[in-house]
Ligand binder design. Sequence first.
Ligand SMILES: [Fe+2]
Ligand SMILES: [Fe+2]
Length: 180
Amino acid sequence: MWNFKYTAQYLACVADLERHPDVQSMRFLPQHVKGVSTYDHCCLVAYSSFRICAALGLDARSAARGGLLHDLFLYNWQDRSLRTAWDHAFNHPLYALENAQNRFALNDTERDIIATHMWPLPLNRFYRCWESLVVSCMDKLCALAELMGLVPLLTRGGRLPAPRLAYIQDKPASAPAKTG
Ligand SMILES: [Fe+2]
Ligand SMILES: [Fe+2]
């Protein structure tokens, strides 16, 4: 991911979510562009929000968890036989929240992050905590980066590793000292 220096801290916040098959199923759902799944998008949003909230002294753990679950709507939003574009745009945070609540014990911040991440859609579903503002902003910035084809520049090796969790855990915590 973006900065492996903080991977261990990030995974400590979301490891239980990562192990859930429905979270992993987002790997097979499209998001904004070909080659970047809903899971990839959620990881980018979660990790960037985690880092920003940590730097700002906010609840980085909830930002990571809410970020990873913010698009857990679990359907192909590009299939118009399932949802209209209008329905998806306005209501997918509520579908994601319902799915997340049915699978995990969420705190108030995590619930707010998921429910409000599309603000200003709708206008009356506004943030109740700073972490929601951070995740919502990173959601939009990550979507823009995806649309501009910048994801390969934000991830190692020009492609998103799969499976990500195994890839991260395989990496040593610190690089061995060079000898000779
Ligand atoms: Fe979303
Ligand atoms: Fe999103």
